[in-house]
Design a binder for this molecule. Structure first.
Ligand SMILES: Cc1ncc(C[n+]2csc(CCOP(=O)(O)OP(=O)(O)O)c2C)c(N)n1
Ligand SMILES: [Mg+2]
Length: 564
């Protein structure tokens, strides 16, 4: 049996054999990990902040569908990574977090940066282990890999310091290739299928669980066969071709007005790989899940939303779709399909009209920036999003749409501020040949900024469109809605609207002046990005230019969680 000296060297070998090509992280004091990873031919993206490292690994996993790996030290390094684990967990993506740990002989002695790390990460991971003996290292790492890939979430492995120079036995066997059954047999008695066949006005909701599972356009074919409207959750975005005539935008909070009538009339909702969280189901009609069945297909029973009645199928949604497609029946050419086509066309016409109106007014609008990006950056771009007051425009189909070639990475229901800005670095690693555009608020960008130098070390073009409204616009809008003012407190600083990112060597910045120069500004930013630069396109934004008006814009401002 081969013996490898040192836990990190053995780990690097296991990772390499598992196909890992990139690790994101910030090693602890000892540099063995860095050296071992580099020697194994794996790229180590050296971050400044562990939270960002896990965000990057999560972005990598979301884009590639493959394992994202982050590597960190111990104690505060682990607590700092927790928000990253929260995102990976809520996005249900395969991420492996590796950390250092206190040596077994020092545990309980008040050792430097000692922490019960297993307890701290436990609620956020699918599986966690501490390797206490050299013999367990390879089997536990292999299990971590299997669990992360199949249980849809992050896993954690701690490598304590007493193994730093240990002799680690490598396995005599190659890592097992995971075998997953190719099909399920859905019979005519299946309650889910019966609900589907009985439906006259179905809506198909595509969740994040369908990412990387729609290679041959199964969803679009299924929708056509059954004449269903197709909508998606934020995380599910990029799975379906949004130029398909049955596509009608995002669900819940982001539902375009014209689509509300489809929700009012539907008689069956089919959801694929979604947990039906609050944002995705916001303002659904009361009848949905009561009189109108919600057919849910998920791989994990814990992901079923039990607030909604209707058949539940525990299976891979891709496999189920294939089976459903094979069944005779389906009513593609219905009145309902015609209604859905008409809604799709109405959305496109509405966007054109809205843009015409906005272009005719003197101010620069975020919607116009999105239209310019759509025009100038090639269609295979991946848009990486945040969830602030103003970047939220990018959630509104078809103001921004993700065509057949396009990609999208969106934060989970947790909407951790700064996720998208950091994830973009991981997305670029996963898709080096595609344009990556991060569409972020200045608050999110500020949180990420400590790792802007990290992005610059990668010699890969990323375009950051930073909407500068002077700070935390979302919170300012909440404050502005109150009857009672709180003098002396503000979440935005009007002077900061004209700020730029810190001047760093190699960083290119373009500031969008006004609408007259918008196209040339975006073109310049894109040309620099295409040439391999990290580019910040600073866009001054007015608080009133918000998708959900708020008091600032004199419109309605839905407060999620308080419903109405
Ligand atoms: C870690 C974290 N803290 C707080 C929040 C709550 N939050 C949501 S949006 C927002 C402000 C975002 O500011 P910015 O990115 O500039 O976007 P803006 O709202 O200004 O458009 C905050 C603090 C969050 N989502 N995540
Ligand atoms: Mg802001």
């Amino acid at each position: 049996m081969t013996i490898v000296t040192g836990s990190w060297r053995a780990t690097a070998t296991v990772l390499r054999d598992a196909g890992v090509r990139t690790v994101f992280g910030l090693p602890g004091d000892d540099m063995d990990a860095l050296e071992a990873i580099a020697d194994a031919g794996i790229r180590f993206v050296l971050c400044r902040d562990q939270r960002n490292a896990v965000f990057m690994a999560t972005g990598y996993a979301m884009q590639s569908g493959d394992l994202g790996v982050a590597l960190i030290g111990k104690g505060p390094a682990v607590t700092n990574a927790l928000t990253g684990l929260l995102e990976a967990s809520c996005s249900a993506v395969p991420v492996l977090l590796l950390s250092a740990g206190t040596a077994v002989e020092r545990r309980g002695s008040g050792a430097f940066q000692e922490l019960d790390q297993l307890s701290v990460v436990a609620p956020l991971v699918k599986w966690a282990a501490r390797v206490d003996h050299p013999d367990r290292l390879v089997p536990l790492l292999r299990r971590a890999d299997l669990v992360a890939r199949t249980n849809h979430g992050p896993v954690y492995v701690e490598l304590p310091d007493h193994l730093l120079k240990a002799e680690i036995p490598m396995s005599r066997t190659a890592a097992a290739k995971l075998e997953t059954p190719a099909g399920v047999t859905v019979t005519a008695e299946s309650p889910a299928l019966r609900a589907l066949l009985a439906a006259k006005r179905p809506i198909l909701l595509v969740g994040g669980g369908m990412r990387h599972r729609n290679r041959d356009r199964l969803v679009e074919r299924f929708a056509k066969k059954y004449g269903a409207a197709v909508v998606c959750t934020a995380t599910g975005r990029g799975t379906v071709d949004e130029s398909s005539p049955l596509f009608c935008g995002l669900a819940g909070l982001y539902t375009p007005d014209a689509v509300a009538k489809l929700w009012a009339e539907t008689d069956c909702v089919v959801t694929l790989g979604s947990r039906l969280e609050e944002t995705a189901t916001f303002q659904w009609p009361e009848s949905v899940g009561v009189d109108v069945p919600v057919v849910q297909v998920n791989v994990d029973a814990a992901h079923f939303a039990t607030d909604f009645g209707g058949p539940k199928m525990l299976a891979d949604a891709r496999v189920v779709l294939r089976s459903w497609l094979g069944f005779p029946g389906g009513r593609g050419d219905t009145e309902w399909a015609a209604t859905v086509h008409a809604v799709h066309a109405e959305l496109l016409a509405g966007r054109d009209e809205e843009l015409r109106g906005l272009r005719a007014s003197p101010d620069l609008h975020i919607a116009e920036v999105l239209a310019a990006l759509d025009e100038i950056v090639p269609a295979n771009r991946i848009l990486v999003q945040e969830n602030g007051l103003q970047d939220m425009w990018s959630y509104r189909f078809p103001l921004y749409s993700c065509g057949a070639e396009g990609g999208s990475v969106v934060p989970s229901e947790q909407t951790s501020l700064g996720f998208g800005a950091a994830a973009a670095v991981g997305v670029k690693q996963a898709a080096p040949d595609r344009p990556v555009v991060a569409f972020v608020g200045d608050g999110a960008f500020g949180l990420f900024s400590v790792d802007l130098p990290t992005a610059l070390t990668q010699d890969a073009g990323i375009m950051y469109v930073v909407l500068r409204n002077g700070g935390y616009g979302w919170l300012q809008a909440q404050l502005d809605q109150r009857d009672k003012t709180l003098p002396g407190y503000a979440f935005v600083d009007p002077a900061a609207v004209s700020w730029e990112a810190p001047a760093l060597p190699g960083l290119r910045q373009v500031t969008a002046g006004d609408k007259a120069t918008l196209v040339s500004d975006v073109t310049e930013a894109w040309k620099l990005t295409e040439a391999g630069h990290v580019v910040v396109l600073n866009v001054p934004a007015r608080l009133a230019d918000a998708m959900f008006g708020g008091a600032a814009a004199g419109g309605d401002f839905p407060v999620v969680g308080q419903g109405d």
